[in-house]
Design a protein around this ligand. Structure first.
Ligand code: ADE
Length: 275
């Protein structure tokens, strides 16, 4: 997958060089490029913002630097690429842009639909993602409208709160998406039982020692009975979801009789199902 990020603070994205995402970049599984928006300005001060028409507080990002940066990315060039080096001729499994369709342009914004695991899964199938990190009060709407002609435009929020810019939100989404790409996580099985994978939160986990400060690991996990352990874990997932995120229960499919009994007991306040 190819990922381009445009920002006036490309250093923010340097964290993506670390850990599993950095390794995936090094190995050519991910082709990650960070572009400095100021490289697409031509005045002495590299101006990227101006005051809003109609008045109001703050500044608005100018359309032209954004259009030039996005056109540059559409052209496949590397001017302005910093921080996370472009992989050097490595096989990234690139497809022809025509065959792959329009790149997806994600514009992080608290005014977008809220990003979640389903969207991460959908985006992990894409060939090319572009993240446009706005700052100040946002980006001139005309370049957003223009970009919809060239990209599959996806405004996206990471939650109902306001950040200072799109960089952190982009990093959140890039990490959530990249880890779903085959080859990024060493053990793909670790993706199958985590929170949100099937609409449930994950079960509690423990490691050695079996007894720590008078707190024991639940007996069943020491039993070696894999069927019973799987059932116990699913029960904990159901309970935890009902307790912490009851809003997720409405979306659940494929609950069996036992699942419903666990949820029913939990809802009626009878927690005897817990070990
Ligand atoms: N930019 C500012 N706040 C944001 C949010 N909550 N999500 C995505 N981008 C943002």
């Amino acid at each position: 997958m190819k990922i381009d990020v445009v920002s006036i603070f490309p250093e923010y994205l340097a964290g993506l060089q670390l850990s599993l995402i950095g390794k995936a970049v090094d190995q050519g599984v991910l082709d990650l490029n960070v572009h400095d928006l100021r490289d697409f300005t031509f005045d002495r001060h590299n101006t990227v913002d101006d005051s809003p028409y109609g008045g109001g507080a703050g500044m608005v990002m100018k359309a032209e630097p954004w259009a030039l940066a996005l056109e540059h990315i559409l052209g496949g060039g590397s001017l302005g690429t910093t921080s996370v080096e472009q992989t050097d001729g490595a096989d990234t499994g690139d497809k022809e842009p025509a065959a792959a369709g329009k790149p997806i342009l994600i514009v992080p914004s608290p005014a977008g639909p809220v990003f979640n695991q389903r969207i991460a899964e959908e985006l992990s199938d894409a060939d090319h993602l572009v993240f446009a990190c706005g700052r100040y009060e946002g980006i001139d709407q005309r370049v957003i409208d223009w970009s919809a002609e060239h990209f599959d435009l996806r405004p996206m929020s990471i939650g109902d709160y306001v950040l200072n810019g799109g960089e952190v939100a982009s990093m959140v989404m890039i990490e959530a998406v990249s880890r779903l790409i085959p080859g990024v996580i060493g053990n793909p099985e670790s993706l199958t039982e985590e929170s949100h994978e099937d609409g449930l939160l994950e079960y509690p986990i423990y490691t050695k020692p079996a007894s720590w400060r008078d707190r024991d690991v639940p007996e069943i996990l020491l039993s070696g009975n894999h069927g019973a352990i799987a059932r116990w874990r699913r029960d904990r997932r159901l309970e935890r979801t009902a307790e912490v995120r009851p809003d997720l229960l409405a979306e659940l499919n494929g609950l069996d009789k036992h699942d419903r009994a666990v949820l029913g007991r939990f809802e009626s306040g009878d927690d005897s199902v817990k070990e």
